[in-house]
Design a protein around this ligand. Structure first.
Ligand code: NCD
Length: 292
């Protein structure tokens, strides 16, 4: 049984094949490729984009969607994850999409169910479909010429599962990665690092800006978001007229992560990422359900 717990679950060739499939789905037409199949979504942590994106993807392929409302489910009454998994499995879905505040929950579930599990984000660990849609967005923009492109990952990298998944995936696709963050947001990984955004921007093709993951900080570890923004907000005066693209997984802290002006700039691909996300999730659901 194949699952999508981390970007490592798909080889480079599989990622490229997934992109070919996703490209077909950009026409947004409904299809019947998953007619008769069912997809269960169970999100233990808030989500705007990822949940609706997965559900839109499943419906565009004609699958039935069952959303487990976790606030009203038995986990809030003390049911163990093992029992939740066993009960989900007894309903025989064809795929389960799960998000959880704790790292490792999707891989735990995967061990106890008979269908593919797709990770919609677990703690600080991984968010594979986000990294896949980010890479797809970059790949489409550069018409496939991505080898050696210089990408800056900017923000609370240490606490971001999006950063973790992007670092894994973009490294395998030979991007030249620089991490840009203040020391408290910098992870302990072997990549180029700087705290100077202005300098790093001189040679960049792509910026992936990240939200400060305040919900994952035990205590406040920065002066204020305004202070952070002074050094790390992507502003027009920093990017000027550079030939660069700007991505962000959302939700964006406006004028903290990216300024209003840059958000409205055509180099900012945030909404393109959202549209591409549905196509990528269609391709991922299709691959895992039909191959299992
Ligand atoms: C991200 C997440 O939940 O990890 N958002 C998303 O899925 N689009 C990033 C974030 O919350 O900052």
């Amino acid at each position: 049984m194949r699952h999508l717990i981390s970007t490592r679950d798909f080889s480079k060739d599989e990622v490229l094949a997934l992109f070919d499939r996703a490209r077909e789905f950009l026409d947004e037409k409904p299809r019947t490729l998953l007619k008769g199949k069912s997809v269960t979504t169970i999100f233990f942590e808030n989500s705007t984009r990822t949940l609706s994106s997965f559900e839109t993807a499943a419906k565009r392929l004609d699958a039935k969607v069952l959303r487990l409302d976790v606030s009203r489910s038995s986990s809030s009454k003390g049911e163990t994850l093992f029992d939740t998994a066993a009960n989900l499995d007894a309903m025989n879905p064809n795929a389960i999409v799960v998000r959880h505040q704790h790292s490792g929950v999707p891989s735990f579930l995967a061990r106890y169910v008979k269908c593919p599990v797709l990770n919609g984000g677990d703690g600080k660990h991984a968010h594979p479909t986000q990294a896949l849609l980010d890479l797809f967005t970059i790949n489409e923009h550069f018409s496939g010429n991505i080898e050696g492109k210089r990408v800056l990952i900017v923000g609370d990298i240490k606490n971001s599962r999006v950063a973790a998944s992007n670092i894994e995936l973009l490294s395998r696709f030979n991007f030249d990665i620089t991490l840009v963050a203040p020391p408290q947001f910098m992870p302990n990984v072997d990549l180029k690092k700087t705290s100077n955004l202005k300098e790093a921007l001189e040679n960049a093709d792509i910026i992936i800006s990240l939200r400060t993951q305040t919900e994952r900080h035990q205590k406040q570890i920065y002066g204020s978001l305004k202070d952070y923004a002074k050094d790390y907000c992507i502003k027009k005066e920093l990017i000027k007229d550079k030939d660069i693209i700007i991505l962000h997984p959302g939700p964006v802290h406006r004028n903290i992560d990216i300024s209003d002006e840059v958000l409205a700039d055509k180099r900012c691909l945030v909404l393109r990422q959202v549209s591409n996300g549905v196509a990528i999730r269609m391709a991922a659901l299709l691959k895992l359900i039909l191959e299992s």
